[in-house]
Design a protein around this ligand. Sequence first.
Ligand code: ADP
Ligand code: 5GP
Length: 189
Amino acid sequence: MSEGKCIILSAPSGAGKTTLVKHLLAEDLKLSFSISASTRKPRGKEKHGVDYYFLSPEEFKQKVEEGHFVEWEEVYTDHCYGTLKSEVDRIWADEKHLIFDVDVVGGLNLKKYFGDKALAIFVMPPDMASLESRLRSRGTDSEDRILQRLEKAKTELITADQFDHIILNDDLEKAKKEVKNVVKAFLAQ
Ligand code: ADP
Ligand code: 5GP
């Protein structure tokens, strides 16, 4: 495989995309996680080069200016995230398909960039109350950040129909089965 395919999972924060990405990575689908660059600080046990390439704002800006990103965005105030071209090359050289965990704007930009090579999936939370309780029970964000994420979710939910496929993540086991079936069918095409 000189160039593989791309699986994009996007959703408002807390909808469950990271959970579903981890599930897909554990399956035998030849997927490799696209590690994004970010200017935010590592949380908990996160490691540079595993969860993100953690860059300073200056390093990030320089890579933007030098054209190293496929897409990048200030997802939250002062927190930039982006996909490096070198990451796409690394994974395809390793004969794997890329899997992305990105916000909805990034997801739609990646779909535009990769076209038919990409399957863009929107992970839909059952409702705003569930989204809020998932963000709180995850326990990774300050109150301030939770409120920012919920506010952003309202505009993100209305982009769902621009994606190739919507997965309702109410029952996690059902969502895991559905996402695996959809991805498997796309990779087999
Ligand atoms: P995202 O990556 O979209 O921000 P996560 O995958 O981190 O979301 O999920 C947010 C939280 O919700 C996590 O604590 C996760 O374990 C939990 N979660 C995911 N899916 C479900 C579900 N179907 N029902 C209940 N909790 C869920
Ligand atoms: P977190 O800080 O919770 O890890 O991520 C915040 C948001 O940024 C999530 O919605 C995540 O999917 C998104 N994100 C992560 N990497 C990228 C990326 O490379 N590009 C874009 N546009 N968003 C990203």
